[in-house]
Design a binder for this molecule. Structure first.
Ligand SMILES: NC(=O)c1ccc[n+]([C@@H]2O[C@H](COP(=O)([O-])OP(=O)(O)OC[C@H]3O[C@@H](n4cnc5c(N)ncnc54)[C@H](O)[C@@H]3O)[C@@H](O)[C@H]2O)c1
Length: 368
């Protein structure tokens, strides 16, 4: 365990405000927190996934030994109605009540489905997020979006349920497979493209790519969490009209969700689909006369330095991908909306893009 100073970021949402603690060796901090909850008479339960439990059995071992817990199967297919019912049944069996605390320990899949179960069980119980993948640390554990997938599309059922606190212990990343770490880097690069050109440049300028052990990782995670906190504080429920707001965080995601849904959940990691989605969003912006060509090379080489895909593995039909986009939550009053960029770091929401342009972009990444 590598002990170092932890930092705190606040997400200011009046009575739903919370802090994100980021550091290494946070186990004792999490245990102390749990003890406080127990001393206040709260019941504590935890839910995690099999992949984390078997690859990193020592992470939060003491926490799990002394806490009623449920272990879910790993992977995107777990974000389903069947597993949601399994979690509700577990919470009921454990006699979780409205004063109880539910800890979601795992990646974005665990955080999303456990978050949705916590949002809906007894119409809402307290949720604590302990993200264990890079993607969940920089993105999904913060901001309160929870949900499950349907066959018809990603995240089509869900709700907003802010956590009461987020604990980010970077030590747990030591067992995260490289491919999963890279998937998280796609979301990091996304933050740079939305509104932080300096972050984008610092990633493209790096000689050695980020990894789980690098000291600068803490600053990188802090930057992403602060970016997300700012956006969520301004537009918690993604209701801002016009060209900005929380919708900007979906850069590349309308494309990514279509890839995940058409290819079949789990074929691409979410971050891998986002990587191709970022290329698509960039090319659509270019097709509308925005963004500079030289930045495309920078984007492609930044993604390539993490072995992230920039082309489809197999040629999925452009027609199916475009159809799937029409089920996306970003459809508003029947029109497809895209997050595009004036330039790297200046994203905006655009309505009324011609579908023929979208199909061209799909073909540019290998769709048939
Ligand atoms: N709610 C949001 O705002 C939001 C934002 C972005 C993404 N998401 C969602 O997040 C999900 C993707 O999350 P993810 O990429 O974390 O995937 P994931 O939760 O499936 O985790 C990836 C894999 O890593 C394993 N794992 C987790 N931590 C580990 C560790 N420390 N060591 C070894 N193995 C570990 C898991 O068992 C799993 O097999 C998608 O469903 C996506 O839609 C949600």
């Amino acid at each position: 365990m590598n002990l170092s100073k932890s930092s705190q970021i606040k997400v200011g949402l009046s009575d739903r405000s919370y802090s994100i603690e980021i550091g290494r060796g946070l186990e004792s901090s999490i245990l102390e927190y749990k003890l406080d909850l127990l001393n206040r008479g709260e019941k504590v339960v935890a839910i995690t996934d099999q992949g984390l439990r078997s690859s990193n059995p020592s992470f939060l071992d003491k926490f799990f030994q002394s806490t009623d817990h449920l272990i879910l199967p790993s992977g995107e297919k777990t974000k389903s109605s069947d597993h949601l019912i399994q979690i509700w049944d577990f919470l009921a069996t454990q006699r979780v009540d409205r004063s109880s605390a539910v800890f979601a320990v795992g990646g974005g899949v665990t955080g999303d489905i456990v978050g949705f179960a916590a949002a809906t069980f007894l119409r809402g119980v307290s949720l604590y997020q302990v993200p264990t993948t890079l993607l969940s640390m920089v993105d999904s554990s913060v901001g309160g979006k929870t949900g499950i997938n349907l066959k018809a599309g990603k995240n089509l059922v869900g709700s907003f349920h802010q956590p009461a606190k987020v604990f980010i212990d970077m030590d747990v990343l030591s067992t995260l497979p490289k491919r999963e770490f890279s998937a998280g880097m796609a979301e990091v690069i996304k933050y740079g493209m939305i509104g932080n050109p300096a972050l984008f440049q610092s990633i493209t300028d790096r000689v050695a790519p980020y990894d789980a052990a690098i000291p600068e990782l803490q600053e990188l995670i802090q930057t992403c969490c602060s970016e997300k906190a700012k956006v969520v504080e301004d537009d918690e429920r993604e209701t801002a009209c016009g060209r900005g707001g929380r919708a900007l965080l979906n850069l590349g995601h309308t494309f990514a969700h279509a890839i995940e849904s058409v290819a079949g959940y789990g074929d691409y990691l979410h971050g891998e689909a986002v990587s191709i989605g970022l290329v698509c969003a960039f090319r659509l912006s270019r097709a509308l006369g925005l963004c500079m060509q030289d930045k495309e090379e920078k984007l492609l080489s930044a993604l390539a330095s993490y072995d992230l895909p920039v082309q489809l593995k197999n040629p999925l039909p452009a027609l199916s991908l475009t159809k799937s986009m029409q089920l996306d939550k970003k459809v508003f009053q029947g029109k497809l909306r895209f997050v595009l960029m004036e330039s790297i770091g200046q994203a905006f929401v655009q309505e009324g893009v011609h579908l023929t342009q979208v199909e061209e972009v799909w073909k540019s990444v290998g769709a048939s």
